[in-house]
Ligand binder design. Structure first.
Ligand code: SF4
Ligand code: SF4
Length: 164
């Protein structure tokens, strides 16, 4: 997996133009069964990919924390929400709460998340490849291709499966 992660930004760069053109077409004319196709491609990919061998999302980006996330996680850690925010989070340029630093503080050396049961919604949903109306998050997906090997593979599989 380490090799895959090291080569991923370069591989993603090589595909960027092609991927951008594909998503531009997808946005204009998404196939009727897109939600179904994405569900299938997502499930197939995550049968092969074990996130515990990777954790590149937790190591390199980190999620947004909503107010609900903060309340839930702070309670789990027996902290006051304000104390949690001050200790672990900062406000970014879009006015969202994000981690003060990456890799994520809650990621263990074994790639396990120490707050897995109460982790942020954004972590639960990453890399969003099974969400409905997938064509609406093209820009985010174009970025995720460079950090998430599963997303890279899913986008390659999409291009093979969906002829636009
Ligand atoms: S979601 Fe993607 S980047 Fe995150 S651990 Fe799984 S394969 Fe790796
Ligand atoms: S909270 Fe857990 S799942 Fe989310 S980035 Fe941190 S270690 Fe990863």
């Amino acid at each position: 997996m380490q090799d895959v992660l090291e080569n991923l930004p370069e591989k993603a760069q090589e595909k960027h133009k092609e991927n951008k053109a594909f998503f531009a077409k997808l946005k204009k004319k998404p196939p009727k069964q897109l939600d179904y196709i994405m569900q299938e491609l997502h499930e197939e990919e995550f049968k092969r990919t074990d996130c515990l061998n990777c954790a590149n999302c937790c190591k390199t980006t980190g999620p947004l924390f909503t107010d609900k996330d903060i309340t839930r996680i702070a309670k789990h850690l027996k902290m006051k929400p304000q104390q949690f925010t001050e200790q672990f989070l900062r406000v970014d340029e879009d006015n969202d709460y994000v981690l003060q630093s990456v890799p994520c503080t809650f990621l263990g050396a074994d790639n396990y998340c120490s707050i897995y049961e109460v982790r942020p919604k954004a972590c639960r949903e990453f890399p969003h490849t099974d969400r409905k109306k997938f064509q609406q998050i093209s820009n985010l997906t174009l970025k995720n291709v460079a950090i998430c090997p599963a997303t890279y593979n899913i986008v390659e599989a999409m291009k093979n499966r969906i002829k636009l």
